[in-house]
Design a protein around this ligand. Structure first.
Ligand code: GLP
Length: 276
């Protein structure tokens, strides 16, 4: 696992966007060989989406041959509901880039047969050759996608009851009314995430410092599903200074030292131009 420690959320956004852009440029996607990008919602990726939109507007990257798969969606919210992840993705990302609508995949939380919908989603991911890079955030209790504490570490896409903690945390998007937050969601599994070729997880802020601790220093446990990333061959945690508050000083210094040459954002941006 690589851990990149940066000053703040502006820097984690830039670093993650430049990394995604670099992987896309290196891959040279075509209609026959599309780049398959897994995407999250939540407040964490918002700045990364802005940076990716900037790179698109600057003509550095294109989403023409990119297929996306979102990690989750609430059950029972239609795509035009402002709190649905369909709506979120359109408003914060898709409407600003040249992605083809048919290349966008988000679990259908309105499906009458949720189990069949989850199977369809897994099959679709498989049919395009799997996910090249999954971008992720993390919940305060360490959940990745909606894989709440206690989720099987080999789980696949399925419906999942949300915990009270998550409902409470997400109620900020629902007028702070826990009653309005859906209690069920469709989510890719931990196993689905682990199958992707690379996972980038952004962790910002004090509230996430325990999740960062369990992800980096804790043992692998179903109670902190972020810890499953330790089993992935290419997992990268992009963490801001506030989120590392619970790490040992020794761990902090170790990652600061070994990654010191890889955090120059200007250099990363310049490198993107060399792919032209
Ligand atoms: C939700 C999403 C997760 C996300 C988490 C954290 O529970 N299902 O994918 O990582 O929220 O959200 P935020 O980035 O707003 O803190």
């Amino acid at each position: 696992m690589r851990v990149i420690i940066l000053k703040n959320s502006n820097e984690t956004a830039k670093w993650s966007a430049y990394r995604i852009a670099k992987e896309m440029l290196k891959f040279k996607p075509t209609p026959e060989k599309p780049f398959v990008l897994g995407l999250p919602t939540g407040s964490t990726p918002l700045k990364t989406y802005k940076e990716l939109i900037n790179l698109y507007n600057e003509g550095i990257i294109s989403f023409e041959n990119v297929i996306t798969f979102n990690m989750d969606e609430y059950v029972g919210l239609s795509p035009d509901n402002e709190q649905s992840y369909h709506y979120f993705m359109h408003e914060h990302f898709f409407k600003f880039i040249n992605i083809k609508p048919e290349n966008i995949n988000i679990p259908n939380g309105m499906a009458t047969d949720l189990e069949a919908e989850c199977q369809r989603y897994e099959d679709k991911i498989k049919s395009v050759g799997g996910i090249t890079l999954f971008l992720s955030g993390v919940g305060e209790d360490g959940h990745i996608a909606f894989n709440e504490p206690g989720s099987s570490l080999s789980s696949r896409t399925r419906s999942k009851e949300l915990t009270h903690d998550t409902i409470l945390a997400n109620s900020r998007f629902f007028d702070h009314d826990v009653e309005k937050v859906p209690k069920l969601a469709l989510t890719v599994g931990v196993g689905t995430l682990l199958d992707s070729k690379e996972i980038l997880t952004i962790i910002n802020g004090y509230k996430k410092s325990q999740a960062a601790y369990y992800g980096i220093e804790g043992s692998v446990t179903q109670m902190w599903t972020i810890s499953a990333l330790q089993l992935h061959r290419k997992a990268l945690l992009i963490v801001d200074e506030d989120a590392v508050s619970d790490l040992k000083v020794k761990t902090y210094r170790y990652f600061k030292d070994i990654e010191s040459k890889n955090i120059d954002l200007e250099k990363m941006k310049e490198e993107l131009l060399t792919f032209k």
